[in-house]
Design a protein around this ligand. Structure first.
Ligand code: DGI
Ligand code: FE
Ligand code: FE
Length: 193
């Protein structure tokens, strides 16, 4: 992987804070990949790129999504915070020629999650919560869980995100609910072993 090239690519497209966040997510993703036996190179690349479109104008994100042949559902149409991950998954394919479906999906589903996430998707979803620069209440618990059990960490993250959305009367994406339910099932199955 040409790390320097991808870092330059994102640096040209975002401010300093988001760049630092992206580098930190990539670092956390590599750490998690090593713990859970995923490919650290793919984890690093997906981490670097996961927010590559975050600072684009909404119009530009919508254009990229259209270029990628993706139709937004009603929740996605009404929540522009959900556009950067979908646009990002198209952008890395069209602009960087990334063809690895797992990396593309890790970027696409990093904000909401979805049912039956791959190991790499889970790693990026979780790494986004535990980058060095994150300071929210509970970040230490999240970091500790992330290193012990990815699904426990995801459940904790989803509880946090979904509760916050409910409190703010914002729509909850179907992928987030599907992810939450699926993680509960996976944890239940683990317990029975
Ligand atoms: O891009 P980051 O800031 O690193 O983090 P992110 O991609 O997880 O985006 C977080 C934002 O996405 C936050 O403002 C809440 C919003 N979000 C996450 N899940 C949902 C959501 N917004 C809606 N409306 N519905 C969701 O299910
Ligand atoms: Fe994001
Ligand atoms: Fe992020």
């Amino acid at each position: 992987m040409d790390r320097a090239y991808y870092l330059e690519f994102i640096k040209a497209r975002m401010g300093e804070r988001r760049y630092i966040h992206s580098v930190n997510v990539a670092k956390s993703a590599v750490k998690l990949a090593k713990i859970y036996n995923a490919d650290p190179e793919k984890a690093e690349l997906a981490g670097i790129l996961h927010d590559c479109c975050k600072e684009f104008e909404p119009k530009e994100m919508l254009q990229i999504i259209t270029d990628g042949g993706i139709m937004l559902d009603e929740t996605e149409k009404s929540s522009n915070k959900l556009w950067h991950s979908i646009a990002g998954s198209v952008y890395i394919r069209l602009k960087l020629g990334i063809e690895d479906e797992d990396i593309i999906n890790a970027v696409r589903y990093h904000t909401t999650g979805r049912a039956r996430m791959s190991l790499l998707e889970k790693i990026i979803f979780t790494a986004d919560f535990i980058g060095e620069e994150r300071t929210y209440d509970g970040v230490d618990i999240m970091r500790e869980k992330a290193e012990r059990c990815l699904e426990e960490a995801m459940l904790f993250g989803l509880q946090f995100t979904i509760s916050d959305l409910v409190r703010r009367k914002l729509p909850i994406h179907s992928g987030a609910i599907a992810c939450y339910n699926d993680i509960l099932t996976q944890l239940g199955e683990k317990e029975q072993l």
